[in-house]
Design a protein around this ligand. Structure first.
Ligand code: LLP
Length: 434
């Protein structure tokens, strides 16, 4: 059994996270329940930051809040000195409500609306990552209208698509995001923004994918960007103050996954950025990164109560839990794999292989296929590990299941940070015909 962070088995023989017994958590807060190991989030954040500090490189580690955007999480990111990446008015609103320092907020997105951009300008956030020509025009007109200036990064697509274990090099990337680096769009965009006095062009952003286990993709992206920066220095006298290489650092979901430590990704990125800056006689840019999954993913555990079971003789046994694709859509959407144990008796011998079904009215609502487990009984507690990223943030109300509560646990204490949705919440926005 692989135990993440502060997770351990306590003297009651129960799974414990952050010094709190998960059986107690389930009793107190109900199930399904998202439990976050705060110490592990802090450890991951420090892992990324420390590597920059040790090498004396000016950097920003921005938490990609799409992975799990709530007021408490944003406040934790602030406590750890992170910056924040938001991709919508809603994520920006969450950050503002949490009191996050505006100058460290970066606004992403391929289709930011006029209202969202206006909101960002009105709150004078740190920078806007401009994604396309439509946005460029919109932002220009808003700056003129509001008689204001804004710091921007240009998002480019460097022609590298990185996936978990491999990366694909393409001359021109077929992506809805960013200005293409190879076909001249990025240069055209840069020329335009440099001419416009309301924009302070900080530099370049690129993001090559998610759940990446190697550094090769990041290093290739840096190489491609530097080739262009070299050209642009000569042609346009432009020097980037900032190079943002995005997020995508992989984590361990199951024993098949072997991620690198945060420090290793960072160390190799710094090494290459220094190499290219030296080679092209450029000032070393600030290096920004945007981890989402790798900050919160393995810190999250979902607790479910076991319910009904169905045996299909000689085929499989289904064990159903009281949540499913409504609180974690990743298995249904991406065939994502997870490990799990019975939290109330994690040491019991796994005598059978079962498949964990959700309670939604859809055959595809399966959380885990073929999981070794002790013979489960009703009311047993199932802990699914590593659900902290894109779990709660992609939760939904399919079948009108209320979304779970979320608790933070640290040093023996639990704090409710998102309340469980109620049936009243579910109909709150409905308008009755009667
Ligand atoms: N920066 C940008 C511009 C991004 O698009 C993303 C993720 C990140 C940073 C953070 O990437 P991370 O470090 O979390 O891999 N829902 C999918 C993941 C979508 C990722 C989208 N962009 C999932 O559940 O696997």
């Amino acid at each position: 059994m692989y135990l993440y962070g502060t997770t351990k088995i306590n003297q009651n023989g129960h799974l414990e996270i952050g010094g709190v017994d998960t059986v107690q958590l389930a009793e107190q807060y109900g199930t399904p329940l998202y439990v976050y190991d705060v110490a592990l989030i802090r450890e991951r954040a420090r892992g990324f930051k420390q590597a920059f500090i040790e090498q004396n490189v000016t950097a920003q580690v921005a938490y990609a809040s799409k992975a799990f955007s709530t007021i408490a999480m944003v406040q934790l990111a602030e406590e750890e000195g992170l910056s924040l990446d938001v991709v919508s008015g809603g994520e920006l609103y969450t950050a503002l409500t949490a009191g996050f320092p505006v100058e460290r907020i970066h606004f992403h997105g391929n289709n930011k609306s006029r209202e969202e951009l206006a909101m960002a300008l009105d709150h004078e956030i740190g920078c806007i990552v401009v994604d396309n020509f439509t946005e460029l025009q919109l932002l220009k007109s808003l700056c003129l209208e509001k008689n204001t200036t804004v710091k921007i990064l240009l998002r480019v697509t460097p022609g590298i698509e990185a996936h978990t274990h491999d990366y694909i090099l393409t001359g021109q990337e077929d992506s809805k995001f960013g200005f293409d680096l190879q076909n001249g769009q990025a240069e055209e965009a840069l020329q335009q923004v440099l001419l416009f006095p309301s924009f302070e062009v900080l530099g370049i952003h690129c993001h090559i994918g998610s759940q990446i286990f190697e550094t090769t993709g990041f290093l290739l992206a840096a190489e491609k960007v530097f080739e262009k920066l070299h050209e642009w220095k000569q042609k346009l006298s432009f020097e980037a103050k900032v190079l943002n290489l995005g997020g995508g650092f992989g984590i361990r979901y199951t024993k098949e996954d072997e991620p690198l430590a945060p420090a290793q990704y960072v160390t190799e990125i710094i090494r290459d950025v220094k190499k290219w800056s030296d080679l092209y006689s450029m000032k070393l840019p600030e290096i920004w990164i945007e981890p989402g999954r790798s900050l919160v993913g393995d810190a999250g555990t979902t607790l479910y109560k076991v319910g009904s079971q169905k045996e299909v003789p000689n085929v499989r046994k289904y064990v159903a839990v009281d949540g499913g694709m409504s609180d974690n859509i990743r298995p249904a959407l991406y065939q994502a794999k997870y490990e799990a144990v019975l939290a109330n008796r994690p040491l019991a011998e796994s005598k059978e292989t079962v498949s964990i079904a959700g309670k939604c009215c859809e055959s595809g609502d399966m959380l885990i296929w073929d999981l070794p487990l002790p013979a489960a009984e009703q009311e047993d507690l199932l802990a699914v590990f590593c659900t902290g990223a894109y779990g709660y943030s992609m939760a939904n109300n399919y079948n009108r299941l209320p979304r779970p509560a979320v608790v933070f646990v640290e040093k023996g204490e639990a704090r409710l940070v998102v309340k469980r949705e109620t049936y009243e919440d579910l109909v709150r926005l409905d308008v009755s015909l009667k």
